[in-house]
Design a protein around this ligand. Structure first.
Ligand code: KG4
Ligand code: ZN
Length: 334
């Protein structure tokens, strides 16, 4: 079969990234321009500033990627683009670039849902096998997705309120850590002890999650200690919070693996970088004897590689868009 080269563009939040992937599994070249340092001072991503930086960066990132791959647009089979969900201004910059390339060079335009991208980051590591359970844990999403074949997604459950990454970031802010707080809580947790009692949310029979109660419990605890003049043991609070957050994920993952006779578990999204979560899911999959893949750190946060990989399977599935494709700030994968 002829090799298929997909160019993937990702600009849904604060990373401008372009990548070329061969046959959905082999990374040829990737360029990521991150704005983390720019948004740090504001304690979170400022949408208007993010859009402006995407405009400034997109052409440079695209040219650098082609140069690194030693390829021309003519060598590419299709252009894959994150159409949503994400920050609307940011999404539109990537989409316009993708549409322009598709139009000028007469290439198919493949719409990719951001979460499908996070799921397919795993296909760069290991071939996906089915039935598969995708544990999607990111700044905007916490979902359990079942797949019985490529590019067919079924949602088993998800968060009823905050996403897990959002909860990590808010808790981090309360205990005085810089944005993005998730990785810092993870680091602190490794040095602390689980001495603070926090409630494990939503102990029910569904595949759903809830993080707002846990977030409020941490905020209240921090305020109470402050009022009583007791210094907060940051690392112990981080460890206590992380234990409960992870436990609430692994309980539902275990139930899904057993109920749905899952053979392959994958973890996707920014929070897949969490060391505590990685270890807990590794232990669980070992106990239940199911295959597990977790992407290396570089594929966990937003990047064009995962969009190009997902774009390959969407392309094989015939999912092409025309130039009327629009960005969607909110959109469910299923
Ligand atoms: O997937 P992602 O880049 O953005 C979305 O698509 O939402 O995920 C970003 C999220 C942030 O909330 C960040 O704090 C969190 O992932 N994150 C972590 C870790 N690394 C990144 N959360 C916990 N532990 C980590 N090591
Ligand atoms: Zn993401």
């Amino acid at each position: 079969m002829k090799d298929v080269f997909i160019l993937g563009i990702e600009s849904s939040c604060d990373e401008t990234s372009v990548s070329i992937v061969k046959n959905g599994r082999e990374e040829i070249a990737t360029i990521i321009s991150s704005q983390i340092d720019i948004h740090k001072d504001f304690g979170g991503v400022v949408p208007e500033i993010a859009s402006r930086h995407h405009v400034k960066n997109i052409t440079i990132v695209l040219e650098e990627c082609l140069q690194k791959a030693n390829m021309k647009i003519e060598d590419i089979d299709a252009i894959a683009i994150t159409y949503g969900p994400g920050l609307i201004g940011s999404l539109l910059i990537g989409l316009e670039a993708a549409k322009t390339l598709a139009f000028i060079y007469n290439k198919p335009l493949i719409p990719v849902h951001h979460i499908a991208g996070h799921i397919y980051a795993n296909s760069l590591v290991k071939e996906l096998s089915f039935p598969l359970l995708a544990v999607v844990v990111s700044g905007g999403h916490t979902e359990l997705i079942e797949m019985d074949k490529h590019y067919h997604f079924k949602k088993l459950g998800g968060t009823l309120d905050d996403a897990i990454g959002e909860c990590y970031d808010k808790v981090a802010r309360v205990i005085g850590l810089e944005y993005p707080g998730g990785p810092k809580i993870d680091q602190l947790a490794a040095t602390g002890r689980e001495t603070y009692a926090l409630p494990v949310p939503l102990r029910d029979d569904s595949y759903n999650f809830s993080f707002s109660g846990l977030k409020s419990a941490v905020i209240n605890l921090a305020h109470n200690e402050e009022q009583r003049g007791i210094p907060l043991r940051q690392e112990d609070l981080a460890a206590s919070f992380q234990k409960v957050a992870i436990e609430s994920i692994t309980t539902k993952v275990k139930k899904a693996i057993i109920d749905k006779k899952i053979e392959h578990v994958i973890v996707a999204g920014g929070v897949a970088a969490n060391k505590g979560l990685r270890k807990a899911i590794e232990d669980l999959c070992q106990e239940l004897k199911v295959d597990l893949s977790i992407p290396p750190m570089k594929y966990c946060t937003d990047n064009g590689t995962m969009i190009a990989a997902a774009g390959y399977y969407a392309y094989l599935d015939g999912r092409k868009a025309d130039l009327s494709l629009n960005s969607k700030s909110q959109d469910q994968l299923v």
